[in-house]
Design a protein. Structure first.
Length: 330
């Protein structure tokens, strides 16, 4: 087993440009679903896949995989990402005092929320990340996302798509059974993913949505948010790009802020290199800040790690991401 700060050996840690470019070219899915495609790897989910997923419902238990949306979240303002601000516009006090102007004693409450779309549990849409000015499917970034939003791959196009077989890969429980938590900076490799699949006696294939539990959220809840948002974290290694491509999964999500290992795996400045490969080149939809704690316990107790997963984004026209309340139905 690799140590807490160990990184895969097959990376040139001095040359992120070359490492990113090689994987972007090798695993690029541009044109795979036609020039007009808006969904990328979500195309792997079809009606047969959803029927298969529906057959996984055994008890009818529903587990929410969402963190809270409130002012006590982890965001610290980086690039103007703040926690949700929730304001009441009509309250019970207004109703009691007859200040709302309604007839025959009826009253009500209304509220308002203001938040970045990626401040809590969310999907990264295909317009979220670019590679050298290119968006998904080889389009120019400036032609896709403008001040009017994502004109091509807006998250609304996925609103009725993301229902499939979910598979939890509890890498933290497999690699660290004594704590159930991976250390910050631990780079999850393809070998780690395969070993977890084998240990769980499950499988991952075309159209699945893979959820990777690192245990970092459990640690943040115990010790405080600290640098959970944007700081050091366990996550997927850049070297998993080939695994993500070959597996033909539809989407992937983690319980961390940034999906991939942080700090990133280079000795020179680099920022989210796996994002740069898999979103604009593979067309892979990525979820972050998911709460996999209850689900991890349920799956460990039952010995079953697959389930029906429903994770529809809000159909916000032109958005490059969306808050969600994903649910696993077991």
């Amino acid at each position: 087993m690799t140590g807490p700060s160990a990184q895969p050996a097959d990376l040139d840690r001095q040359n992120p440009e070359a490492e990113i470019a090689a994987r972007a070219e090798a695993y690029r899915n541009w044109g795979r679903w036609g020039d007009d495609d808006r969904l990328g790897t979500l195309n792997f989910i079809d009606e047969a896949k959803r029927l298969e997923a529906a057959g996984l419902v055994r008890t009818g238990r529903v587990v929410s995989l969402s963190q809270s949306f409130d002012m006590n979240g982890p965001q610290k303002g980086w690039r103007r990402r703040t926690n949700p601000v929730h304001l009441m516009m009509d309250t019970g006090s207004d109703a009691e005092r007859g200040a709302q102007g309604f007839p025959h004693g009826i009253g009500g409450a209304d509220d308002h929320i203001s938040m970045p779309l990626q401040c809590s549990t969310q999907w990264d849409g295909l317009g979220h990340i670019f590679d050298h000015g290119n968006a998904w499917n080889g389009r120019r970034a400036g032609d896709v996302v403008t001040s009017d939003g994502d004109l091509v791959t807006g998250i609304e196009h996925a609103a009725s798509v993301i229902v499939s077989r979910g598979v939890l890969l509890d890498v933290a429980r497999h690699l660290r059974p004594e704590t159930g938590e991976l250390e910050d900076g631990y780079a999850i490799t393809a070998a780690d993913l395969d070993a977890t699949i084998a240990a769980q006696a499950t499988e991952v294939g075309r159209g699945d949505i893979v959820l990777v539990r690192t245990g970092q959220l459990a640690r943040a809840r115990r010790d405080g948010w600290g640098d959970y948002a944007g700081g050091p974290a366990p996550g997927l290694s850049l070297t998993t790009a080939g695994w993500l491509h070959a597996s033909e999964i539809a989407a992937i999500a983690t319980d961390t802020w940034g999906f991939e290992v942080r700090p990133n795996e280079f000795d020179v400045p680099a920022f989210q290199p796996l994002h740069q490969v898999v979103i604009p080149n593979l067309g892979l939809t990525i979820g972050e800040l998911w709460d996999l704690e209850e689900l991890g316990g349920v799956c460990a107790a039952s010995g079953s790690y697959d389930f029906l997963l429903s994770a529809a984004p809000l159909p916000i026209t032109g958005a490059v991401g969306s808050p969600i309340n994903p649910v696993a139905i077991l």
